[in-house]
Design a protein around this ligand. Structure first.
Ligand code: HEM
Length: 416
């Protein structure tokens, strides 16, 4: 079941539109509205009526404009106002200590340190570990008949992959998985977030601190030990920086991968011929994943803040204004993708699901792609007769606009 959206997006006066309103996302991203905005007002001011800390923001909906903003960090800063719509002070401080809320040169130095560990080649080393986790979860659900992919399947998998990378035990998986969802729900909720967020932030910081202390005592060949050893310009990272990095990895990579898997699987189940094509020829899965990423970007937006007055799309963006980059809109641009709403697993499109280039391009793209590849390969091989088992529900979030429920009938389990 989905909730009815309050507006007719085909006719609404764009001057009254406020894309920070979560109800616009009740049935997933408001694609008809985005289409009109790309056509009629590609740089658009929203008043942000639901956001206590943000007086308003510019929405950027065309892929080429999103790219321009993403590439020009001097004019469009991540540090000045963070990468989120909210200007909440706690969030800002949090983002500025992790790489998402930094500008060069600090950002370059920290990201450079990380990129070495997240290249496709280094990430590929984790394939056996990820495949083992996915297979164990598939064993667990065997015989369950009907399950909700979002609630019963993916959380345990992605949280365990992170647990293995960041070296925390399975006893933390559930909370780690929830802290990510909670952070994004709280960001999306705008003004109500302070108290609840503080509680989760404290939990996350304490857990990360315990990890760091443990690795100081007992270093091993894992990410936290590597961070403790790492030096930037001859200086070690301090504990607060390491904690912020762990937190950004857990929150950035958890819900996102789950969301693309659920959205992508939904897309395939609605198109049984294309589902079958992947069952018959799993070699096509990596190409298909690019199309699924295009159709289901896990994040609706990230933001920047203008550091000077600048013209874009015929509008003057003032110094200090927040600029919001809407990836679901870019991915549906008709000029770039003919018949953008159609699923075509052979298309292999360019998309902005991991960002539009520039310094903040997703650090975890290779890891996310590998996890998605293994998830689709193993799930389709084990349950080649899977079908939809009811209506889906959406998050209704302008931050993470994916599915909140995806009921499926597993069908008979196949074992090779
Ligand atoms: C399908 C899953 C994923 C999606 C759709 C996604 C999407 C994104 C997007 C849109 C950005 C911002 C790009 C920009 O502002 O230009 C981003 C940044 C980031 N992502 Fe991902 N991400 C995913 C998975 C992951 C994973 C698995 C990790 C963990 C390793 C991760 C870690 C990060 C980090 C650390 C940043 C900040 C990079 C920076 O500021 O330089 N992401 N991601």
């Amino acid at each position: 079941m989905t909730t009815a959206t309050p507006l007719d997006f085909a006719t609404v006066d764009l001057a009254t539109v406020d894309l920070g309103d979560a109800s616009y996302f009740a049935d997933g991203p408001p694609h008809e509205l985005f289409r009109r905005m790309r056509e009629e007002e590609p740089v658009h001011w929203s008043p942000a009526r639901n956001w206590a800390t943000t007086p308003g923001f510019w929405s950027i909906t065309r892929p080429e404009d999103i790219r321009t903003v993403s590439l020009d960090w001097k004019t469009f800063s991540s540090e000045a106002g963070g990468a989120a719509l909210s200007n909440d002070e706690i969030f800002l401080a949090f983002q500025r200590s992790g790489i998402i809320g930094m500008d060069p040169p600090r950002h370059d130095r920290l990201k450079g340190l990380f990129q070495r560990g997240f290249t496709p080649k280094r990430v590929a080393d984790h394939e056996p570990m990820i495949r083992g986790i996915v297979r164990r979860k598939l064993d667990e659900i065997e015989g369950m008949g009907t399950i909700d992919i979002v609630e019963d399947f993916t959380p345990g998998i992605v949280a365990r992959v992170f647990g293995s990378l960041v070296s925390y035990g399975p006893e933390l998986d559930e909370n780690m998985s929830q802290v990510a969802s909670f952070a994004f729900n709280a960001i999306a909720a705008g003004e109500d977030m302070d108290e609840a967020v503080q509680e989760w932030v404290v939990w996350l910081v304490k857990s990360a601190l315990a990890l760091v202390n443990e690795r100081r005592e007992n270093p091993c060949d894992d990410l936290v030990s590597a961070l403790l050893e790492a030096e930037i310009d001859g200086e070690r990272l301090n504990t607060a920086e390491i904690i912020a990095i762990i937190a950004i990895l857990i929150t950035g990579g958890n819900d996102s991968t789950r969301s693309v898997f659920a959205g992508g699987l939904y897309e395939l189940l609605r198109h049984p011929d294309q589902f079958q094509a992947l069952v018959d020829d799993p070699e096509k899965i990596p190409t298909a994943i690019e199309e699924l990423l295009r159709l289901h970007p896990a994040f609706a937006h990230f933001a920047r803040t203008a550091t000077k007055d600048v013209e874009l799309g015929g509008k003057t963006i003032k110094r200090g204004d927040k600029v919001v980059l809407w990836y679901p809109s870019a991915n549906m641009d008709e000029a770039t993708h003919p018949c953008p709403h159609a699923l075509d697993i052979e298309r292999c499109p360019e998309h902005q699901t991991f960002g539009a280039g520039g310094r903040h391009f997703c650090l975890g793209a290779a890891l996310a792609r590998l996890q998605l590849k293994i998830l689709f390969e193993e799930t389709l091989a084990r349950y080649p007769e899977m079908t939809l088992a009811g209506d889906v529900e959406w998050m209704a979030s302008p931050v993470t606009p994916g599915l909140s429920h995806l009921p499926v009938r597993l069908g008979p389990a196949h074992r090779s």
